[in-house]
Design a protein around this ligand. Sequence first.
Ligand code: PEP
Ligand code: MN
Length: 342
Amino acid sequence: MVIIMTPDASRENIAEVIKAVESVGLEGKIMEGSQQKIIGVIGDKTKLASVAVDALPGVESSVAISKSYKLASREFHPQSSIIDVDGIKIGGDEPVVMAGPCAVESREQLFEAADIVKSFGAQFLRGGAYKPRTSPYSFQGLEVVGLKYLAEARERTGLKIVTEVTTVEGIAPVAEYADMLQIGARNMQNFGLLKEVGKCKKPILLKRGLAATIDEWLNAAEYIMNEGNPNVVLCERGIRTYETYTRNTLDLSAVAAIKHLSHLPIIVDPSHGTGKWRMVKPMAFAAIAAGADGLMTEVHPNPAKALSDGPQSLTPENFKELMEGVKKLSKFMRDENMIFVG
Ligand code: PEP
Ligand code: MN
């Protein structure tokens, strides 16, 4: 952290700031500019939490230099992490694809979707049993019945199950049936929920909040990791901007940013990211080209009949084309050594 003094700060003001910094076991170094003096603080800045340096006389402002998250940062953990979800490795050589309907609607619908995504090579079946819908009158999900169908679909296909948990009370049932717990965009800063999933043993898929910065997103991951769960995978799913043509603006630059800032794997969801099925395939290819470790896409046996997110859901045929392209593209990137890390 650096503390910037006002141009008219006195020697006494500076001495008082240094004293405050030293009182918590840190070192303060004075740097003289032509107009102003600044004080560089050396040591763990969290120790300064008890000192309101900005309130001391002669202080203009203070600026944090190091990041507020640690466990999630690449500085702390230079090696890229590979998250193993019951044998499926996320962050390894092969992109991992999580696909399925937005919501579990019935046993038949889910089984049909599971068979489709399995046959074209996905590793995970997705499907919401608890749906955080914008309107309270929209379909809210089948809840525990939906979780049971998901577990049955795993038995049937061998696919791993990822599904959203929306409440602290929901963690135990979701963890009982699913292989990976999803924290949705709307809950990315639900700190109570993040702490509780941090205590659970299952890997977590942490979606980026609708209006979250990359820093806030990595701090959300830190909440989970700080409770003892290191198995976090990030998912970019688009953010709110002034653009209304697409449902969200898919921020693919976040993939490169996360690879630099963090060791955690990152996947991309072009379905929620665009809201339009026509855009899912090109954005999926772009995500893989940008270095994403995988994809999450919505696939429905009959998107026109979907109870939620039909307009962004792929038909079986479209999903097949997406998977064929992803396989070719990721092989090309591996063969050409186009792997972007750090
Ligand atoms: C979902 O993946 O089912 C979902 C609701 O997505 P998001 O939280 O990204 O809106
Ligand atoms: Mn959806």
